[in-house]
Design a protein around this ligand. Sequence first.
Ligand SMILES: NC(=O)c1ccc[n+]([C@@H]2O[C@H](COP(=O)([O-])OP(=O)(O)OC[C@H]3O[C@@H](n4cnc5c(N)ncnc54)[C@H](OP(=O)(O)O)[C@@H]3O)[C@@H](O)[C@H]2O)c1
Length: 295
Amino acid sequence: MTILVTAAGGNQGRLLVPKLLQRGRSVRANVLTEASAARLRELGVDDIVVGDLRDPEVQRQAVQGVDKIYHVGATGSDERTLGLGLVDAARIEGVSHFVFSSVLHAIITDLKQHEYKRDIEEHLLSSDLEFTILQPTNYMLPLRLRPVFARGVFELSWSLDRKQSLVDLDDVTDVAATVLTDTARHAGATYELAAPGRLDAHELCDIISRVLDRPIELREITPETYANAWLRDVDPETAEHVLSVVRSISARYSAHDFVGNANVLTWLLGCEPTSYEQFVEREWSAFRAAQTVSA
Ligand SMILES: NC(=O)c1ccc[n+]([C@@H]2O[C@H](COP(=O)([O-])OP(=O)(O)OC[C@H]3O[C@@H](n4cnc5c(N)ncnc54)[C@H](OP(=O)(O)O)[C@@H]3O)[C@@H](O)[C@H]2O)c1
């Protein structure tokens, strides 16, 4: 009973893989780079397919012999083709449960990465595979707190007055692990995943300031500034795509709030989802612990 986890070295995969191992599940991981494969081997994963999942041969290798799939689509202009191909490969292989990590409000078509996921959802629904679709809202990303901890500045690349609902990836991957280990209960479901609250940048900044117990400067940055901070090691084609995704996010989130509802996540977890304040507290204490060790 092996579960294939795609994007296994990414934000979700890094948290999900250990949870599946702890539950005694056998995991096959797909990653792009040897560096991510090495980190997964340290966690105890020995079934790793290193390769570009856009390649049909890599898809075949990744899917062959697995019982279930958790698919997270890496950001890229081929996200749709890759996702559709993986669904087809899963059907040919007779996979018993395909869990797709999509996005909240996948029907919004002025966001390319939503449109891709909407198309993959549709293809999955038409595949006759047993499925579950998770629709997480914006992640509470530790990456976004780096400038706060390093320079005391909270930066967002869209209107500071627009509200968003956020979700902690620890909660998302708890749900993913539950869904993957209890197919009968969750097959055929589409779950929107959001923590309680609708927060604009001023409110996010106030929370951070309270946790760190010091004033934090709030700054709106351009999509280019945000994207360039994490595009250094990316090939030019992916960099161009990521930049266009970040620009479309900035335009959309400056024009409209991006909000969801916490009822489904609360029910799935059996408790209140992690709040933004709890997330900042956790990351801040991890940051301070790391500083103490390196001092
Ligand atoms: N950020 C948000 O707020 C948010 C909210 C909802 C949904 N999403 C969606 O979440 C997805 C990203 O998930 P994530 O943040 O967990 O992942 P991530 O951190 O962006 O990591 C992506 C992983 O995919 C691997 N990868 C990249 N290109 C690949 C390829 N061609 N073939 C095989 N592997 C490849 C990389 O492997 P290596 O580690 O080897 O480089 C990397 O570890 C996107 O589809 C995004 O739209 C994001």
